[in-house]
Design a protein around this ligand. Structure first.
Ligand code: DGL
Length: 270
């Protein structure tokens, strides 16, 4: 029926917004696991259980393809899901690969051997679980050589955004950027490795300074998904109705989503 977009909470809306703009004729079903957010402080088994539950619900609505618009789920659960859980007629894709393909100047889906690339010093901002998984470094090593990655685990930022406390979120971002710059004073690129962070992207950019190239996922994921659907049109399924599901309080989540996307969003119980 449509393409599923999964996140632990509100962050995946940044991806939803970009894919909707890029593919206005495709229906998207969003699943926010707001009652269990944040995932970033959970262990991999827990993240796997919650993510498979959400994806199963999205398959039930008729989606053939689910995008894990959550780096934490992509880092901690995706590989295990693809190896042993995803039904053969369905697909689950993550958000790391499009970002790394852009960072390493590749065409979408180019799997040629790793090579030297322009960026040498990369600052990675992500949740504690994503940083711990080292999934970003692993995916990067498949595509590039000689890139130094310094990761900053950004505790508290997702919680603050989910609570709607943007002042706290912004203060935490500044202190995480300071901490990163003490470890790596001159990054040439920074990766916002959590789909909640585009909601405070300007603060990251300001704190990092204009000399740092900031890679943010929504537009990259949208371009990569458009390319994928051109090659695999059957994965769109039929119909185009959008739907917003949450495990949390629909009224509260709808209010926050409406504020973030600046258009009326109505969530219903998952
Ligand atoms: N948006 C999720 C991500 O991209 C947030 C994870 C969390 O719930 O901590 O990692």
């Amino acid at each position: 029926m449509a393409v599923g977009i999964f996140d632990s909470g509100l962050g995946g809306l940044t991806v939803l917004d970009a894919v909707t703009r890029a593919m206005p004729d495709v229906g998207f079903v969003y699943y926010g696991d707001n009652v269990n957010t944040p995932y970033g402080v959970r262990d991999p088994d827990d993240i796997y259980e919650l993510t498979t539950k959400g994806c199963a619900r999205l398959f039930e609505t008729g989606c053939n393809l689910v995008i894990l618009a959550c780096n934490t789920a992509s880092a901690a659960a995706l590989r295990r899901m693809q190896e042993s859980w995803v039904p053969s007629d369905k697909r689950v894709l993550g958000v790391f690969v499009p970002l790394i393909e852009a960072l390493t100047e590749r065409q979408w889906g180019d799997n040629s051997p790793p090579r030297e690339v322009k960026v040498k010093h990369v600052a990675l901002f992500a949740t504690p679980a994503t940083v711990r998984s080292r999934a970003f470094q692993r995916e990067l090593a498949f595509r590039a050589i000689g890139v130094d990655v310094e990761a900053q685990s950004c505790g508290g930022v997702v919680d603050a955004i989910e609570e709607g406390d943007m002042i706290l979120a912004e203060a935490l971002v500044r202190s995480h950027v300071d901490a990163l710059l003490r470890k790596m004073p001159d990054p040439d690129a920074a990766v916002l490795g959590c789909t909640h962070y585009p909601l405070v992207e300007e603060v990251f950019r300001e704190a990092l300074g204009p000399q740092v190239d900031v890679y943010s996922q929504p537009a990259l994921v949208a371009a990569s998904l458009a390319d994928y659907l051109k090659r695999r049109p059957e994965m769109v399924g039929e119909g185009g109705e959008s739907l917003f599901l949450t495990t949390g309080d629909p009224a509260r989540v709808s209010n926050q989503a409406t504020r973030f996307l600046r258009r009326k969003i109505g969530f219903v119980p998952a």
